[in-house]
Design a protein around this ligand. Structure first.
Ligand SMILES: [Zn+2]
Length: 337
């Protein structure tokens, strides 16, 4: 059997996935036509060519530009269904999905349109795709702390749909502590808390996210490797890292996949998971990321099974431990090809 795509069926949870980052060129054009939005690109191939970036900021520029095609509940429903179908085909059994409401509200699309649109796909996801889901509202860290508070307030009528909060977008110069207040408010509302930290920002941002924001998982976090005391703490406290190898290569957080610290982080005893981040832009979905780390980093079956097991252990399934146990049993029963 060809090694390519070998790990698609390995059962896994995806814990670091921005739904806006699953917008494939074909769907972008379909939604643009439906909504009468003009795109700067003549066709899908030209747009696909534009999905090449020098760094995080150049990616974010296109990411925000293309959101213009998302206008109605149906658009968000279609976006989520397209992701869930692709994820299911790559072995994803559970997905904790990030969304960026501020980017939509800023262009006149309401919180209700975004959340209820996504929910239309998510509430039927187990029956339609065999994937259980959770929804995580992310704040844009390059926006103000006040804007984050207003956004949480706008989400209040929809909190029965939302499991937790996160923090994303341009990291450098926007330390976690800026969002102390909104994280405290979210904790009071009983929401789970995660944050991007240590992707382009320094290891100190990881420490700050833990100490000041009280986060339960670190999104990315690969730069923890620069601080041995921090690694020791993350190992001791079993803090999960949601790593995104193909994203790190595309956004130049690492020089090449062969240089990715994943094997070293696993050897150090860290609770690592592998995820796709913005798969339409970064060259692959969850299974593609698993295949890539296996082929390029030489991870053996024990390590790959550990990554899959970690993804369910680190997921916010504490309200359905029976389901988590069933997923974990699937991981242990999985026979590698
Ligand atoms: Zn991310």
């Amino acid at each position: 059997m060809s090694p390519y795509h070998a790990l698609m069926p390995l059962p896994k949870a995806e814990l670091h996935l921005h739904i806006e980052g699953t917008l494939e060129p074909e769907l972008a054009f379909e939604l643009a036509a439906r909504n009468g939005v003009a795109l700067r690109y003549p066709d899908t191939e030209a747009l696909r060519q534009a999905y090449r970036f020098a760094d995080l900021q150049s990616f974010l520029n296109l990411y925000y530009e293309l959101m213009a095609v998302l206008r109605t509940e149906r658009d968000f429903e279609d976006l989520a269904n397209a992701y869930l179908a692709r994820a299911a085909a790559q072995g994803v059994r559970h997905a904790e999905i990030f969304f960026d409401p501020q980017a939509h509200i800023a262009r006149g699309v309401s919180m209700g349109t975004v959340v209820e649109g996504l929910w239309r796909a998510l509430e039927k996801s187990r029956q339609n795709h065999g994937v259980s889901t959770r929804l995580i509202l992310c704040f844009l860290r390059d926006e103000s702390a006040d804007s984050a508070l207003t956004t949480l307030e706008a989400a209040r009528p929809h909190l029965d749909r939302i499991t937790g909060i996160g923090l994303d977008s341009a990291e450098a110069g926007h330390p976690p502590a800026k969002f102390r207040e909104v994280y405290r408010a979210a904790a009071d509302l009983g929401l789970h808390r995660v944050a991007h930290a240590g992707e382009e920002g320094p290891p100190a941002y990881i420490t700050e996210a833990l100490d000041v924001l009280g986060v339960e998982r670190i999104d990315h976090g690969l730069r923890c490797a620069e601080d041995p005391a921090l690694v020791e703490r993350l190992v001791r406290d079993r803090v999960p890292l949601t790593l995104c190898p193909l994203s790190n290569v595309r956004l130049r957080a690492v020089d090449s996949l062969a240089d990715h610290p994943l094997p070293a982080l696993l050897d150090a005893g860290l609770m690592c998971t592998v995820n796709s981040d913005d798969p339409a832009y970064f060259g692959g979905y969850a299974g593609d990321n698993f295949d890539a780390v296996r082929d390029t980093l030489g991870l053996g079956e024990d390590r790959l099974r550990e990554l899959a097991r970690n993804s369910f252990l680190a997921s916010f399934l504490e309200d359905d431990e029976e389901l988590r146990a069933a997923y974990l049993a699937e991981v242990e029963a999985y026979v590698f090809p």
